[in-house]
Design a protein around this ligand. Structure first.
Ligand code: GDP
Length: 370
């Protein structure tokens, strides 16, 4: 696993982070430095009305700028962004939100491209974004690596937005969720969210999509190594990619093995049996079938009410997380707490005071504070 993680860092996700460059496919002309955009310094901010009308009209440039606005951490931008998002909420199409994870090299970007092209040919509008855990470490500008999804990048019915850089993974998640609102308000009826398999980010993506799939390749009998069992448990489909040429037989064996394992696991979505399927993203084989399975899932989840429940739960959980984070920030910033926190933590760590008593002291301090 260690070596996989190592290569993870070196090998970018399909929408990876790179310093100092800006991708053009988000509606921002190539070559422009992001800092001007991001801070609103170089360009006039649009009015709330202009953002709303532009996004609703599917204007790619304005959609790109609206995403840049929600990605900004500046309080004034945040206020404007929330106004725009609130106004757009009722105007969203109900998109199919799909999360895609897998180790680097599994073929995620090839699959996203194949699926995306298949969908736009069928009349869908497809938005692609990513939650890249490494982007939270990069303060610089970001680039969607269009070279790995060339056809989709050139497709007028597709919109590719790279992973936001967030400061924290929570920050990246917020920006991604809000970008999804914008995509849907702009009429994108399929949203694909990619992430790389390093743990926490998969849980985050699972918490913002309807259908979640794990892309794998068959190895020499080590199908279950290198991936955490927990990731299999949150997947609605296991897609064994590269089931072509010499890899076909190994892929079929891996599929059978996964089917056996899945038999013993609780399904990620109530009422849906998680399946292991084969595909060759490179040849475009199994891609239509994969989409067929996703639409079958959506129909079943809609009918049973699971979809509505899941989405409501996701929003509620997100709200609670935001409140919890906000409270913690306020708590730590409160002068009485700030003055005592370090000392009390030391007392607790050294066994001089019970944690419960220390927590009570701090919470009393907080509630008594101004
Ligand atoms: P990612 O890191 O998961 O996004 O993986 P990529 O999509 O970049 O694919 C990694 C490599 O595997 C590339 O060289 C692809 O051309 C190749 N690849 C992807 N899908 C397939 C497939 O279905 N069959 C074969 N044979 N190769 C594939």
């Amino acid at each position: 696993m260690a070596s996989k993680r190592g290569s993870d860092r070196k090998k970018p996700s399909a929408l990876h982070v790179r310093k100092g460059v800006v991708g053009g496919h988000d509606g921002l002309p190539g070559g422009r430095t992001r800092s001007g955009d991001r801070n609103g310094g170089a360009r006039r901010l649009l009015s709330v009305r202009e953002y709303i009308d532009g996004v609703r009209a599917g204007d790619r440039v304005i959609l790109g700028r609206a995403i840049t606005l929600i990605e900004s951490n500046a309080p004034a931008h945040q206020e404007l962004a929330q106004e725009v998002l609130t106004a757009l909420l009722p105007h969203r199409v109900q998109a199919v939100r799909v999360g895609i994870t897998g180790v680097p090299g599994a073929g995620k970007s090839t699959l996203i491209e194949a699926l995306g092209v298949h969908l736009t040919a069928a009349g869908h509008k497809v938005a692609v974004t990513a939650v890249d855990p490494s982007s939270s470490l990069s303060g610089g500008s970001i680039l969607g690596d269009k070279t790995r999804m060339e056809k989709l990048a050139a497709d007028p019915d597709a919109f590719i937005r790279p992973s936001p850089s967030g400061g924290t993974l929570g920050g990246v998640a917020r920006k991604t969720r809000e970008a999804i609102v914008l995509f849907e308000a702009a009429g994108y009826d399929v949203v694909l969210v990619e992430t790389v398999g390093v743990g926490q980010s998969e849980i985050l993506v699972r918490s913002m999509v309807d259908f979640f799939m794990l892309v794998l390749i068959a190895g020499a009998g080590d199908e279950l190594q290198g991936i955490k069992k927990g990731v299999v448990e949150i997947a609605d489909a296991i897609v064994i990619n590269k089931a072509d040429g010499k890899g076909r037989a190994a892929a079929e064996a891996a599929r059978a093995e996964f089917e056996r394992v899945l038999h013993y696991l609780r399904p990620a979505t109530p009422g849906w049996r998680t399946r292991a399927v084969l595909c060759s993203a490179l040849r475009g084989e199994g891609v239509a079938e994969l989409w067929g399975m996703i639409t079958e899932f959506m129909a079943a989840a809609r009918k049973s009410g699971v979809l509505e429940e899941r989405r409501a739960d996701q929003e509620r959980t997100w709200l609670r997380d935001l409140v919890r984070e906000g409270l913690e920030t306020m708590f730590r910033a409160q002068p009485g707490v700030a003055a005592k926190l370090a000392e009390l933590e030391q007392d607790v760590a050294a066994g001089r005071m019970p944690a419960t008593a220390a927590a009570r002291r701090l919470l009393d301090e907080f509630s008594a504070g101004d």
